[in-house]
Design a binder for this molecule. Structure first.
Ligand SMILES: [Zn+2]
Length: 163
């Protein structure tokens, strides 16, 4: 079984490396320089409030048995435009992480795949590679995660962390 998994991992990593090498990752190069600048500046109090909301969603979802203890809130100009808990168990979908679910809600609400100037608050650990990459492709400006409002990622090319 292990022998079947290893080559796949190598192929995925190889693909990403090739993509980065060809300059495919910085898709925002064509956007205006200030396209991702926030119109509002979240402060400690604001960050704490949105992280608290994300943590509450995480707790509610986990208590229902929807999935692991992670929640996400997406904020644009100080208003929540998307929120979700992890739903991998509820949906039987390994991609239904809270961040991706919240991105889908926000994009549907805006009628756009671009969430420029939006901020993602994650009630849980730093985003996994899939969620960080989804945030990048959604053109989000920043991600705050965990219990500390001080933990912030300014989105450049995905760094492949882990949630
Ligand atoms: Zn994730």
């Amino acid at each position: 079984m292990t022998g079947l998994i290893e080559p796949t991992r190598r192929l995925i990593c190889q693909g990403l490396a090739i993509g980065a090498g060809l300059g495919l990752m910085p898709a925002r190069a064509h956007a205006p320089a200030d396209a991702h600048r926030l119109k509002w500046q979240p402060d400690q109090t604001t960050n704490k409030a949105f992280i608290t909301r994300a943590l509450a969603l995480a707790k509610q979802g986990a208590e229902r048995g929807d999935g692991p203890l992670v929640g996400a809130v997406i904020v644009l100009n100080g208003r929540i435009i998307g929120r979700a808990a992890n739903r991998v168990d509820l949906k039987g979908d390994p991609t239904a992480h809270a961040e991706v679910e919240a991105i889908r809600v926000a994009c549907h609400r805006l009628g756009s795949r671009a969430l420029s100037r939006a901020v993602l608050y994650v009630g849980g650990p730093p985003p996994c590679p899939m969620c960080e990459t989804a945030s990048y492709w959604a053109s989000m400006a920043e991600i705050y995660h965990g219990n500390s409002p001080d933990e912030v990622i300014k989105l450049g090319a995905p760094r492949y962390g882990g949630c």
